[in-house]
Design a protein around this ligand. Structure first.
Ligand code: CO
Ligand code: CO
Length: 308
């Protein structure tokens, strides 16, 4: 099988009817609570399997941790958070590796499976498809705000961002199965605009988005306006700018929000509008989240056009 590094995970064909999907991700703590950090790191690492339409099978822990300074109990909470999420995903953690490390780091190497004909790619969107997003954005800005402002950020805001980051993309992916799906990816470090751009950059397509259609986690705008924007989000906007046409009325803050570096974001799905309407209705009815946020057009400019 050919290697296609811009897809969400590596795919290896075992048989005509069975492909392995493998992915790995780890990072430094994004929240103070070790149990939630473990959950979020796991949900984030598992996400690429769901973005490709796979089933999670096994995972390995990847741990860098200062046991002498922080204690084995903290590490045990991180591992428990991850174990609970992998179990919820339908998989099992079968091992791992840890090293002594001044700064804690945690993540997973994950193996999933899928039928080779049923794997979702980030390419394949068609003209007149709409773009669906299955989690609101803003995690980079909010977690930066929480780190810098500490207890000034209301607990409800903290709970909300943890809720979204620890949520698996399993329901979003499983619900998608019967629908006509043209392309899927997940929103992570390159932000909503960066991952959306991945979907059109090799196709003769443009994408039209409206800021007002993009769901934000509560507090995102307020914190962004106060300047709590991570470096990764700023550099996303820098490299994306040549590929995006922002309406004049959009402020720098608006642009940074759309480019915000996301941890454990939702799926981005390209599908026909009628299908998307049914899919988003089914997701909302089952107390999940999905919203149509844009439309693919064939302006042959490979650009994203963003309106207010
Ligand atoms: Co991905
Ligand atoms: Co189709």
């Amino acid at each position: 099988m050919n290697q296609d590094t811009s897809d969400d995970a590596g795919v290896y064909l075992i048989r005509d009817d069975l492909a392995l999907i493998q992915t790995v991700d780890f990072f430094t703590p994004i929240v103070d609570d070790p149990y939630y950090f473990g959950q979020i790191a796991a949900a984030n690492a598992l996400s690429d399997i769901f973005a490709m339409g796979g089933q999670v099978k096994t995972a390995l822990n990847i741990v860098g941790f200062p046991v002498k300074q922080l204690g084995a109990e903290v590490l045990a909470r991180i591992l428990q958070g991850a174990q609970d999420k992998v179990a919820e995903a339908g998989g099992v953690i079968i091992g791992g590796h840890s090293i002594d490390d001044k700064e804690p780091k945690f993540g997973l190497a994950v193996t999933g499976i899928a039928h080779p004909d049923k794997i979702y790619r980030n390419q394949g969107a068609k003209e007149a498809d709409v773009l669906v997003l299955t989690k609101p954005i803003g995690t980079g800005i909010i977690t930066t705000g929480i780190k810098k402002k500490q207890d000034q950020v209301p607990k409800s805001q903290m709970d909300e961002v943890i809720h979204w980051m620890s949520m698996l993309n399993k329901a979003a992916s499983d619900t998608l199965k019967p629908y006509d799906v043209h392309a899927v990816t997940d929103v992570t470090g390159f932000g909503l605009l960066g991952h959306a751009f991945e979907m059109i950059k090799d196709a003769d397509l443009s994408l039209e988005l409206s800021l007002q259609d993009v769901p934000l986690i509560s507090g995102t705008r307020e914190l962004a306006e106060q300047g709590y924007v991570p470096g990764g989000s700023k550099s996303n906007l820098q490299w994306l700018k040549p590929h995006i046409h922002f309406d004049e009325e959009l402020t720098e803050t608006d642009q940074l929000i759309l480019a915000d570096a996301v941890t454990s974001g939702g799926l981005l799905i390209a599908m026909p509008e009628k299908e998307a309407e049914k899919y988003t209705a089914e997701m909302m009815k089952n107390h999940h989240f999905a919203r149509i946020i844009g439309r693919f057009t064939s302006k042959h400019s490979k650009k994203i056009f963003v309106q207010c």
